[in-house]
Design a protein around this ligand. Structure first.
Ligand code: UDP
Ligand code: MG
Length: 164
């Protein structure tokens, strides 16, 4: 089934120069890149992105992590949208398990991630966990104009196209 996913190269991946490798790994699949932008992560965006984890003990640390506060204020991340058959399964296979120490060593997280001495998972990339989240996250990180195909329905607000 055709699905859409958001992939983010997180601040640890950006500061270590892994963005190109991540893109290469995704290009080796049959998934289609339909949007890409460098995004400055605000607290508001980070909290909206991870809103479902807000009651977890690591939430505060996670928001700081995504904002680059743990990586020399590397607050620019690379956000990408992909579409294709079984995009969630393919994307999460490339990513590997959430905990880099448990991830397949050939996966991005297993080969490039680490758990810090403070217990923070530096796991290099985000990949949407299911198609519903994929849609929500793409709509959060991209405007309709930034997605190079008609993906989800839109409406107009003033002169601008917005997600319906
Ligand atoms: N995370 C963490 N410690 C945990 C679980 C999650 O630091 O015990 C962080 C990690 O960066 C992870 C993110 O929270 O990628 C989102 O968690 P989720 O369970 O959604 O994992 P993912 O979908 O990224 O594999
Ligand atoms: Mg998740």
């Amino acid at each position: 089934m055709k699905e859409q996913i958001l992939v983010i190269v997180k601040p640890d991946g950006m500061i270590k120069g892994h963005a190109g490798h991540v893109l290469t790994r995704f290009e080796e699949t049959d998934l289609r890149l339909i949007g890409a932008r460098v995004v400055k992560v605000t607290e508001e965006l980070a909290q909206a992105h991870y809103h479902h984890l807000c009651d977890k003990p690591f939430f505060g640390e996670l928001i700081h992590f995504l904002m680059g506060d743990l990586h020399n204020h590397q607050d620019l991340v690379l956000a990408m949208a992909f579409t294709g058959d079984d995009a969630v399964k393919k994307g999460r296979e490339i990513a590997g398990a959430t905990n880099p120490e448990l991830a397949d060593p050939h996966s991005i997280r297993g080969s490039m991630g680490r758990v810090t001495t403070k217990g923070v998972f530096e796991n290099v990339i985000h990949v949407s966990s299911d198609p519903v989240e994929g849609e929500r996250e793409i709509k959060l990180w991209f405007t309709p104009e930034e997605i190079a195909m008609d993906l989800f329905s839109t409406t107009t607000s003033g002169h601008r196209k917005v997600w319906a």
